[in-house]
Design a protein around this ligand. Structure first.
Ligand code: FAD
Length: 322
């Protein structure tokens, strides 16, 4: 029996899917233990009730003056306090900007081990095995922890979010924290990118590389992504060339994405790029060089000029989808 605590994540007033994916993973390994979710700085309690549908027995609804925006300082204080009071065996986080920032710090404060970037969790004869990529996604490692006192970050879009058959309502615990100790105060947030589909959770990603040649070269990619309800991403080559913002970068030092469909346009397929997208379910590569390494990981390859192929593909799909 394991008691599990998972940090729910909210974006634009809605729970991110990773919150449900973590709770579903928790259901599979709890073996009758209590599943606790935590929502920090949220003002909508209906979101807390939603977590019950995915297995949360209780939800800490944490409020306080400086908590409406994420800060390492504020979240660390809250989660450390909660971990000491609730004493969970396991703490789960998304392998997201928030989870990647907070989990190692909390692990160190609690003196526990951390397994990062988990793509699968298996329970067999009471033992938990994690699968995680190594060598920039070239291989997978299976890890067991010596004891049930650990933290893990879970890669979004890898584990299925499974709602429970019968609807349960979790116990909501209103948890007010004393925030005078929080030293980081967010005055204003200036958004760099336009709102749209969240790249980390998008089911379809259309990504452009240096082959896109300019910021304007991303327009046909955006049209294709819009048609498919997806998001636009980029290689570091494209970001370094200033064709797009670094928030779109996918790869070892960028975002990790696991969409159902990844369309790589004018991307050579460097190992650092593959580290962020090779787990996509279907990969389509468009490149004018038939020897580009991206074709080695692609399920479908189109050799040719992306400026001819992408608009053609968009037109064909428009006809097929309408
Ligand atoms: P290029 O390698 O220049 O490839 C451009 C491709 O476009 C070529 O294959 C070319 O044939 C094709 N092309 C050109 N014109 C057309 C056209 N008209 N139609 C079709 N195809 C065309 N990279 C990442 O992406 N993400 C990371 O997170 C990342 N992290 C890194 C971390 C470190 C420590 C280091 C050292 C590197 C990292 N890189 C990362 C950089 C990586 O090594 C590559 O340099 C980068 O991915 C190359 O980007 P690219 O494929 O867009 O450009």
């Amino acid at each position: 029996m394991r008691n599990i605590l998972a940090l729910g994540e909210i974006r634009a007033g809605a729970l991110r899917n990773i919150s449900f994916e973590m709770l579903s993973a928790a259901q599979e390994i709890a073996e009758g233990g209590k599943i606790t979710a935590v929502l920090i700085g949220c003002d909508d309690q209906t979101l807390a009730h939603e977590l019950g549908r995915f297995g949360a027995d209780q939800v800490y609804f944490v409020t306080g003056d400086q908590l409406s925006h994420y800060t390492t300082d504020g979240y660390l204080q809250v989660l450390h306090q909660l971990a000491q009071e609730e004493k969970p065996d396991i703490l789960l986080f998304g392998h997201t900007a928030v989870g990647r920032d907070i989990a190692p710090r909390l692990a160190s404060r609690l003196g526990r081990g951390l397994v990062s970037d988990v793509t699968d969790i298996q329970l067999e004869a009471g033992k938990i095995t994690f699968t995680r990529p190594i060598y920039a996604g070239k291989a997978f490692q299976q890890v067991e922890m010596a004891e049930d006192r650990w933290l893990a970050t879970i890669r979004p879009n890898n584990m299925t979010a499974k709602p429970l058959d019968s609807k349960t309502d979790p116990t909501i615990i209103d948890y007010k924290v004393e925030t005078s100790q929080i030293r980081t105060i967010i005055k204003e947030i200036v958004k760099k990118t336009a709102t749209g589909v969240d790249l980390s959770e998008a089911k379809v990603v259309v990504a452009g590389g240096r082959g896109v040649k300019s910021a304007a070269g991303f327009e046909p990619l955006q049209q294709l992504a819009d048609l498919l309800g997806g998001a636009v991403g980029a290689s570091r080559g494209a970001c370094d060339a200033d064709y797009c913002d670094y928030s779109l970068q996918i790869g070892q030092t960028g975002k990790v994405v696991t969409p159902d469909l990844y369309i790589a346009c004018g991307i050579s397929g460097a190992i650092q790029h593959l580290a962020g997208m090779s787990q996509a379910k279907v990969i389509v590569a468009i490149n004018k060089d038939p020897d580009a390494p991206i074709f080695e990981v692609a399920d479908y390859g189109i050799v040719g000029d992306l400026f001819e192929i992408v608009p053609l593909l968009t037109e064909e799909l428009k006809t097929a989808l309408l």
